[in-house]
Design a protein around this ligand. Structure first.
Ligand code: MG
Length: 278
């Protein structure tokens, strides 16, 4: 009934805007013979049923990347991430032609994994394209540190596109390099950081870039992200890999690539990491 009233109200408003006096009267008995509303009902496909997780616990269809017990889903790549575009290109060429790995050497303790400074980045054994990713991280209290040196790590989608991990609670740095920034490309919409010593979360929706057969870009990568449940990236379009030096540009790469976590020399902790392929 409410819908019918809303319809009548809308029709009335439309007509009064056009200066007419009569309100359209819908003949529901007549409409009931043909049921025109059925045309706009979409019944197929039926969305797959998923049991939602409690709080940040993984939903039933998630791929678990870290549940607090071991690094079985991860290994250490021979090289990690590129700091400059020519560096990115050389790493990509290696990754796609001659990949080699050793065991991930980060510490697992008390349900979390801890960056082992100097032991290098770790990367998922599985490759991913478009994903929903949940990851929790903690910047340990470390009063001597500041700026980019205070609990720096990073989540690199496809090993190339970094959402920055950093203590950005009362710790100044460049906006497009603070926590939640798509590094050097998009600052977060707001700073939703919790103080160091507290667990924080990222929930990320990432759409991988698409490339044409000749290697040119068909569609840029986009990212939507929530930091502690707050929207910080709203369908932000990336200009290419996130690099430390110089301007980014796209280099064609496989449809699926591993997710990489950065060793930036700080004892950042991670836990409860899961992903859903989109
Ligand atoms: Mg970083």
């Amino acid at each position: 009934m409410k819908q019918i009233l809303a319809l009548l109200l809308f029709a009335g408003l439309t007509i009064s805007l056009h200066g007419q006096e009569e309100v359209i009267q819908l003949d529901w008995d007549e409409l009931g013979k043909t049921k025109p509303w059925v045309k706009t009902e979409q019944w197929d496909p039926v969305p797959t049923k998923v049991t939602p997780g409690f709080l940040n616990a993984p939903p039933s269809d998630a791929i678990i990347l870290f549940d607090g017990t071991d690094l079985d889903a991860w290994h250490k790549p021979k090289y990690d991430y590129g700091a400059r575009m020519d560096h990115v290109e050389s790493i990509l060429a290696w990754k796609t032609s001659n990949p080699s790995f050793s065991d991930a050497e980060w510490e697992v303790k008390d349900g979390m994994m801890i960056v082992s400074p100097g032991k290098g980045a770790i990367e998922t054994k599985q490759s991913f394209g478009d994903v929903q990713l949940h990851i929790e991280w903690l910047a340990p209290v470390d009063p001597g540190k500041k700026g980019q040196g205070y609990s720096n790590s990073g989540v690199f989608l496809m090993g190339l596109y970094e959402i920055q991990v950093l203590n950005s609670y009362e710790n100044a740095t460049y906006s497009n390099g603070q926590a939640g920034a798509m590094y050097k490309q998009h600052m977060p919409l707001v700073n939703a950081s919790r103080p160091p010593g507290e667990w924080q979360s990222y929930d990320i929706i990432f759409n991988a870039p698409r490339f044409n057969e000749d290697g040119s870009l068909e569609k840029a990568a986009t990212i939507t992200a929530f930091h502690n449940g707050v929207l910080i990236q709203n369908n932000a379009e990336l200009s290419g890999p996130c690099v430390f030096i110089g301007e980014p540009y796209y280099v064609a790469h496989p449809e699926k690539m591993p997710i990489l976590l950065q060793d930036h020399g700080n004892l950042v902790r991670f836990r409860n990491i899961w992903v859903r392929e989109l």
